[in-house]
Ligand binder design. Structure first.
Ligand SMILES: Cc1cc2nc3c(=O)[nH]c(=O)nc-3n(C[C@H](O)[C@H](O)[C@H](O)COP(=O)(O)OP(=O)(O)OC[C@H]3O[C@@H](n4cnc5c(N)ncnc54)[C@H](O)[C@@H]3O)c2cc1C
Length: 467
């Protein structure tokens, strides 16, 4: 093993002030925030570009008060966004993090756009009081940020170089990766969640062993473990939830597998109803897909079906979107029939039971009161579901994915890592999915990517001394 002092080593370009661990949205935003504030930055990435959760995501960012919202007639504000985040989080969120996010989100949206991130439209999704999911192609967004970073002479990235250990020095920190010690005054951990670690899932949220792991292939919680070893506090570990809506490409095969490039489909938020293997509804479909995920895992086989009609299909959106029902139909993942009984037969449900469930749901929608589960809206508190009466009908078998873990390292509103007593671990920062505190007990759609961008940038600026 040999040591590289980031401040002196010519091979590293010399003078690195900051090491960023992980090259997803949080890591790229942190590195950009730091280089723009004048720091030299070394990024260590365990995999390569294209492998983290950000790349696999649906590309939907929750921002409020944007030009895109105004252009589509959606009144929104930072205050409303903060209220929705606290509501989705059951009031368990760290209000300092929510408030800082609300203050900085609009500016971060503009900053991402200046770096070439192309937000194409605004759509409604789970837990939002106003349509505020700003959809972009996540691969193009990441490519734009990576290009901005590559253009900075004070930035260097090493791929296939996973950080393994973190140790405090008299001044700064040493990161050991691939047998080499890298030193810097400030370290930012942005290594994503632990959805790919069965051991950590079993430790913190064993119910999710029944879910299907998605998310960054290298996201095994390394940054969380390193921060724990350095003495960080933990927050929100009890609130990890699965995500409802992972389409099953091979239903009724026993292995639950998501189709390539199509990880989540949310017809429920366009008015689909959801039933279990007994063809019975089991949940209020307008809840956050995290809440529905919990309800789905409690159903037989952990499997459910989104059932909808032509009126819902007409609202399908091409990517970037988790509303890409037409492509799912073309790929045979969504099945169709001219009648509800025929639809049941395509996936082996009891036709009479599904007819009865659809008829009951339609009657309640028409009466304006869902006495079974209290569904009153399409999603969050927006929109009214319509009765499912327009043939052809559609059915989408789906299950619960562990798309992210949304808990972990305790940080302050500048992204400084805190110990279990709330004291700062000097020179150590964290951002993105590896941190806890922001979401609370559940999750508003689009808030994970936006959080990674907003707090990534803040930590980069603070680590560079310009917070
Ligand atoms: C299918 C899917 C859809 C989603 N859709 C949305 C959505 O539309 N909106 C939303 O808000 N959220 C969504 N999410 C969640 C969101 O994508 C993540 O929370 C977010 O991308 C996290 O960003 P990050 O930078 O913290 O982590 P990542 O993007 O996962 O980046 C972490 C990086 O760290 C690297 N790494 C890991 N360990 C190490 C190590 N030891 N050393 C060095 N590098 C390391 C990884 O390889 C990875 O590149 C989705 C997630 C999935 C899986």
């Amino acid at each position: 093993m040999h040591a590289i002092d980031g401040r002196g080593d010519q091979a590293m370009g010399g003078q690195q002030d900051v090491i960023v661990i992980g090259g997803g949205m949080a890591g790229c935003a942190a590195a950009l925030g730091a280089v723009e504030a004048g720091a030299t930055v070394l990024m260590l990435e365990k995999a390569t570009s294209g492998k983290g959760s950000t790349w696999q995501s649906a590309g939907s960012f929750a921002f409020a008060g944007t030009d895109l919202q105004r252009a589509t007639g959606h009144e929104d504000s930072a205050d409303q966004l903060a209220r929705d985040l606290i509501k989705a989080g059951g009031g368990r969120n760290d209000s300092a993090l929510v408030n800082r996010f609300a203050e900085r989100q609009l500016d971060t949206y503009e900053w991402l756009r200046r770096h070439g991130v192309d937000f194409q439209r605004v759509q409604l999704s789970g837990g939002q009081g106003v349509p505020r999911s700003h959809a972009c192609d996540p691969g193009l967004a990441m490519a734009a940020l990576e290009a901005s970073l590559a253009a900075h002479p004070s930035f260097r990235r090493i791929d296939n170089c996973g950080a393994e250990r973190l140790s405090r020095q008299e001044e700064g920190w040493t990161v050991t990766a691939d047998g080499v010690d890298y030193r810097a005054a400030q370290v930012i951990i942005a290594s994503g969640g632990f959805s790919r670690s069965q051991q950590l899932i079993q430790t913190f949220c064993p119910d999710l062993l029944a879910g299907t792991p998605l998310g960054g292939f290298a996201n095994t919680g390394d940054g969380l473990l390193m921060a724990m070893a350095a003495g960080c506090g933990l927050v929100d570990m009890g609130y990890v939830k699965g995500t409802f809506g992972m389409p099953l490409s091979n239903y009724p095969e026993p292995t639950l597998t998501a189709p390539d490039g199509m990880f989540l489909l949310m017809a429920i938020y366009r008015g689909a109803m959801a039933v279990n293997l007994e063809a019975r509804r089991f949940v209020n479909e307008s809840l956050s897909y995290k809440e529905i995920g919990g309800a789905c895992l409690a159903q037989p086989g952990g499997v459910a079906f989104q059932v909808f009609d032509e009126g819902v299909m007409e609202q399908a959106q091409p990517i970037p979107s988790n509303m890409n029902f037409r492509e799912a139909l073309a790929r045979g993942i969504v099945k169709t029939a001219d009648s509800v009984a025929g639809l049941a037969a395509t996936v082996g449900l009891d036709p009479a039971a599904l007819e009865a469930s659809v008829a009951r749901y339609n009657a309640m929608v028409e009466q304006g009161e869902d006495t079974d589960f209290g569904r009153a809206t399409m999603a969050g508190n927006v929109g009214k579901p319509a009765a499912l009466t327009r043939a052809p009908y559609y059915i989408l078998p789906c299950a619960v994915a562990v798309t992210g873990t949304f808990c972990g390292i305790r940080v302050d509103a500048d992204g400084r890592v805190l110990d279990p007593y709330g004291d700062i671990l000097s020179g150590l920062f964290a951002a993105g999915e590896v941190t806890g505190g922001f979401h609370g007990e559940s999750y508003m759609s689009g808030s994970a990517l936006a959080k990674a961008a907003v707090f990534g940038r803040i930590t980069g600026q603070t680590a560079a001394g310009r917070g």
